[in-house]
Write a protein that binds this ligand. Structure first.
Ligand code: ADP
Ligand code: MG
Length: 259
């Protein structure tokens, strides 16, 4: 049996007097592969920021965010367990830092390397493995500001993976990619999903829900409106209601499209 990696209980996030997220229960098990699907503004990124404690829920008797069963896990350990890639992170990295340094910086939670002396041979080996796994080994010496959006995204994923986190969390991973980069990237998503680590893909594109993802959480207006096996959750009726237009969902070999 898998054990819970993260549990959120009765968490409410309020901004400008408005509840932007209200979650009664969300549990991510070790090794689970989950998609969080919902329209713009549904609260998806807020849910992710709750996991990393970038936002905190309103304090009540019942509100709890547990990591590895621990409500008080030190922030540094929480962040080491979760490898996260978001657009916000990507804009932080549009600068003259080499890809290799960006990937190595994953060991230190920094943007670039400020103490190269602390990099061990083992770290360098792990960085090169992570770059190879993302197909960017040849870009190791290029600086981030010279990369395409897709290449930079891969560098940030390699950074997120380098210290072997228990979960990889990708917030809108295909955002800004052209059709060819998107197609290639979804294949990478599939191979990332085949590892033993947990994967959370946050998206508003049903096509990002690669066949290897088995559970889908639907978010709407800051609330979880469905959470379960992909086959049960992904229906034309549900998604038409969620996104507010009539759509027909089609599945082929575990991949989904809508019309
Ligand atoms: P999603 O990632 O699903 O597009 P977000 O989690 O980014 O949605 O945002 C959910 C809602 O909360 C949106 O309506 C957004 O405008 C609002 N929101 C997010 N962060 C803040 C903030 N710091 N202050 C005010 N409103 C916010
Ligand atoms: Mg978002």
């Amino acid at each position: 049996m898998s054990t819970p990696l993260i549990e959120i209980h009765h968490a409410q996030v309020v901004r400008d007097g408005r509840t932007i997220l209200s979650v009664d229960r969300f549990v991510l098990l070790r090794g689970e592969r989950v998609a969080v699907l919902g329209p713009n503004g549904a609260g998806k990124s807020t849910l992710i920021r709750l996991l990393t404690r970038d936002v905190l829920p309103i304090h009540t008797e019942r509100s709890r965010v547990l990591v590895d069963g621990d409500p008080l896990k030190p922030l540094f350990e929480v962040r080491a367990l979760l490898g996260i890639v978001s657009d916000a992170l990507q804009s932080d990295y549009d600068r003259a830092v080499t890809v290799e340094h960006v990937v190595l910086s994953g060991f230190f939670g920094s943007i670039g390397l400020y103490r190269t002396g602390e990099v061990t041979g083992e770290m360098t080996r792990a960085a090169s493995e992570a770059m190879d796994a993302l197909g960017i080994g040849h870009l190791a010496d290029r600086t981030m500001d010279t990369l395409s959006t897709g290449e930079a995204r891969r560098a940030l994923i390699a950074r997120a993976l380098v210290a072997d986190p228990a979960a990889l969390v990708l917030d809108e991973p295909c955002h800004g990619l052209d059709p060819s980069a998107t197609w290639h990237f979804r294949r990478t998503l599939s191979s990332l999903a085949r590892s033993r680590r947990a994967l959370v893909v946050v998206t508003h594109h049903v096509e990002d829900i690669v066949p290897e993802i088995d559970r889908v959480v639907l978010l709407d207006g800051g609330r979880i409106v469905a959470d379960g096996p992909k086959r049960d959750v992904l229906t034309s009726e549900r998604l038409s209601e969620l996104f507010g237009f009539p759509m027909r969902l089609e599945e082929r070999d575990g991949a989904y499209r809508w019309w």
